[in-house]
Design a protein around this ligand. Structure first.
Ligand code: F6P
Length: 322
């Protein structure tokens, strides 16, 4: 293998730059030329591709976002459009493509590997949602978690001063991991996630009991995939008379300098992606399980539902917030 390319696609996540850096440095270390594709699959179509050098990734490990930029590219679902992208790789003699992103981004990579046997593709899980099968963690999850914790710790100060109930809406798409981990970490009274059916009446009762016991405030952590913070507040006030405020943390969760855990994860996964290309592997997503690097075929990633929600920890969070 002499030439590879790397792109970031879908929603950005802190640590994507660290992953690009690992791909670039590991490849150059192995005498492979690396090309950066700007704006994800859109850049692949537009031929927005540039050779990267060791220095291209200098001073990037600590930066949030992605210096290769990201974009959503719905046209990539069309076979003709993909052929154009494949041609742009072929004409440069690129034999391997590393795609850093979520599961939608993996689908594009899978199609490329099916439609062009000379180009190997490897996926690196980059999303704050932590929703990729085949990996315990995705790049950006830990940083987003810590951002939420930081925000909610601040919200708690004012919640306490005014004896208010705060409903915090967090991202995660259809996955409740951010809400669960953040909820437990901030000591939220209630965590509402798509994976577990929640009766708002019970939530209201819990808040009410807390107020009767002299609790100064309550934090309700709600995952966006379950309901909006506003809807949650409306539902709650059907049952109890609380001074509720809603805080939608929004895209602040996607920004910021990556945490140490994310820099480590991104570096290990980026390096592993290059190892797999060197071994001739294709259509595989790299991951981490029990702190060991893993390889899972795209097919398996799309088929299985192994990234299970941690019901045991969810139960613990409830037990600790009585
Ligand atoms: O997948 C990452 C994510 O931040 C989700 O948590 C969220 O639902 C979505 O992207 C937001 O997408 P956009 O940035 O396009 O509004």
């Amino acid at each position: 293998m002499k030439k590879i390319a790397v792109l970031t696609s879908g929603g950005d996540s802190p640590g994507m730059n660290a992953a690009i850096r690992a791909v670039v440095r590991k490849a150059i270390y192995n005498n492979i030329e690396v090309y950066g594709v700007y704006q994800g699959y859109q850049g692949l179509l537009n031929d927005d591709i540039e050779k990267l050098e060791l220095g291209s990734v200098g001073d990037t490990i600590q930066r949030g976002g992605t210096f290769l930029y990201s974009a959503r590219c719905p046209e990539f679902k069309e076979a003709e459009v993909r052929q154009k992208a494949i041609e742009n790789l072929r004409k440069r003699g690129i034999e391997g493509l590393v795609v850093i992103g979520g599961d939608g981004s993996y689908r594009g990579a899978q199609r490329i590997s099916e439609e062009c046997k000379e180009i190997q593709t490897i996926g690196v899980p980059g999303t704050i949602d932590n929703d990729i099968n085949g990996s315990d963690f995705t790049i950006g999850f830990d940083t987003a978690l810590n951002t939420i914790i930081d925000c909610v710790d601040k919200i708690r100060d004012t919640a306490s001063s005014h004896a208010r109930t705060f409903i915090i809406e967090v991202m995660g798409r259809d996955c409740g991991d951010l809400a669960l981990w953040a909820g437990l970490s901030v000591g939220a009274e209630t965590i509402i996630v798509p994976e577990v059916e929640t009766d708002i009446k019970d939530v209201a009762e819990k808040i009410d009991n807390g107020i009767r016991r002299g609790k100064k405030h309550s934090i309700v952590m709600v995952a966006e995939g379950c309901m909006s913070g506003e809807d949650c507040a409306k539902e709650l006030t059907k049952y109890i008379n609380v001074d509720a405020r809603v805080s939608v943390l929004g895209h602040i969760q996607r920004g910021g300098s990556p945490s140490g855990a994310d820099r480590m994860l991104a570096s290990r996964l980026g390096g592993h992606a290059v190892d797999l290309l060197l071994e001739g592997k294709t259509a595989i997503g790299v991951g981490i399980r029990n702190n060991e690097l893993t390889d899972t075929s795209f097919e398996e990633i799309f088929r299985s539902n192994e990234h299970k929600f941690d019901f045991e920890t969810f139960a613990l969070a409830n037990e600790l917030s009585i």
